[in-house]
Each structure stands twice: as structure tokens, then as C-alpha cells.
Write a protein that binds this ligand. Structure first.
Ligand code: ITT
Ligand code: MG
Length: 209
């Protein structure tokens, strides 16, 4: 999705070395580490550097990813990669979307967030389509303020009750189109190959390494 209209020659390359993962979500940090380590990057997390969690004031996934990456690059003096992602449900007009983390409340309770999504779908009637997609925007920022961004997605359907203990967030209620198992039931390596994050990473890897 991203990169359209951008000249591949003009995309800044990432030199091997230290890279900050500008995320405070341990599930994401785990996935991003696994996706980056094969490319020779030394990954440090925002938590390890004690970086603050910025307020996500953007109105798009890309804008939020950019603000998180820019803040971490500025404070650390290192290139920084941020991920802003979420679940978009067609019948709910794209909600929870950029508010996916916020639907889980202060306690980051995703059993609650998944229940809210399901209740809102059920309130729309029994024949309401359960189509949804995950979006992942990645922003890579340098301390001089340069940013590259990429956006990936994966289409699927929401099931109820949630299934499986792998993954995080809304994984247990999401079944990718063509699959039988939810993202909560497939092991992490399998998810890395097919998820919205995998899609965005494939674009990033092609462009910046
Ligand atoms: O902002 P950071 O610190 O990275 O961590 P966060 O958890 O707040 O992350 P977001 O602001 O991007 O919110 C996205 C939410 O969408 C959900 N989400 C994103 N990717 C997901 C995935 O692969 N599987 C399940 N849920 C996902 C998850 O619950 C996240 O908390
Ligand atoms: Mg967040």
C-alpha cells in the first residue's frame, strides 16, 4: 500500500547498527525483534532506554507511527522504528481502528476490548457481516527528522468466542481469509509470515536494506 508514487531511489537506506523499537507493547516488540534480527540490526526497545510513551494525537495510523518514531529518534539519537496498528471492522465504520489500544482501557484488557467489538457487531443484528482487517503502519525515523513509512494489511473475519492463546491484542478473534485457525491459534512464526506486520515489514525490508 505504501511506497506508491515514491521513487525507490529516494528512499533512505538503514545502515547496520543500533535501532530503537519505539513501542511499549511487549507483544509487538517481540514480533519486531524477530523480523529485524535476520537483517543484522541490534535492536533496543523504548522500555530498555526508558523512553516516554507519547500521546497518540494523529488521525491516521501513519501519523501516529511517525510521531512515535520521531520522538524516539530525537531522544535517543538513534534511528527508530515505530508501529501503529489496529483492527478495522467494516460494519463498525472502521472502528476500533486507530483507537484499538484505547478500547482496552487503562488496564490494557483485551478480553474486554474483544468483547466490546463483538457486542457492537451483535447489536447490529444477526446477519451483520463480520469482515475486518488489521492495518500496520511502520515509520522509520532518523535523528535528523527524516522519515520513511510503509503500510501493510491483512483481511479476515471475526469469530466469537475468541480462540487460542498465542499472539496479543485482538488475535484470538481474527481469522485471516482462507484460513481455519485464528491468529491466536497459529504459532508466532506462522503469523510473522502472513500478518499485516509481515506485509509492512516486507515493504520496509525491500526498501531500506
Ligand atoms: O503504541 P505502542 O507503544 O507501540 O503500543 P500500543 O499497544 O499502544 O500499539 P498501538 O497504539 O499501535 O495500538 C494498536 C493496538 O491494536 C492491536 N493490534 C495491533 N496489531 C495487532 C496484532 O498483530 N494482533 C492483535 N492485535 C493487534 C493491539 O491490541 C494494539 O494494542
Ligand atoms: Mg499506542
Amino acid at each position: 500500500m505504501s511506497g506508491e508514487g515514491r521513487d525507490p531511489q529516494s528512499i533512505r537506506k538503514l545502515a547496520p547498527g543500533k535501532l530503537v523499537i519505539a513501542s511499549h507493547n511487549p507483544g509487538k516488540v517481540r514480533e519486531i525483534r524477530a523480523l529485524l534480527e535476520p537483517h543484522g540490526m541490534q535492536v533496543v526497545s523504548a522500555a530498555e532506554l526508558d523512553l516516554p510513551e507519547p500521546e497518540e494525537t494523529g488521525t491516521t495510523f501513519v501519523a501516529n507511527a511517525e510521531l512515535k518514531a520521531l520522538q524516539a529518534a530525537d531522544l535517543s539519537g538513534l534511528p527508530a522504528l515505530a508501529d501503529d496498528s489496529g483492527l478495522c471492522v467494516d460494519a463498525l465504520g472502521g472502528d476500533p481502528g486507530i483507537f484499538s489500544a484505547r478500547w482496552a482501557g487503562e488496564a490494557k484488557d483485551f478480553d474486554l476490548a474483544m468483547r466490546l467489538v463483538n457486542e457492537q457487531l451483535e447489536a447490529k443484528g444477526p446477519d451483520t457481516p463480520r469482515d475486518a482487517h488489521f492495518v500496520c503502519a511502520l515509520a522509520l525515523a532518523w535523528p535528523d527528522g527524516h522519515v520513511e513509512w510503509f503500510e501493510g494489511r491483512v483481511e479476515g473475519t471475526l469469530v466469537w468466542p475468541p480462540r487460542g492463546a498465542y499472539g496479543f491484542g485482538y488475535d484470538a478473534m481474527f481469522v485471516r481469509d482462507g484460513d481455519e485457525q485464528s491468529f491466536g491459534e497459529i504459532d508466532p512464526d506462522a503469523k510473522h509470515a502472513i500478518s499485516h506486520r509481515a506485509d509492512a515489514f516486507a515493504q520496509l525490508v525491500t526498501a531500506v536494506f
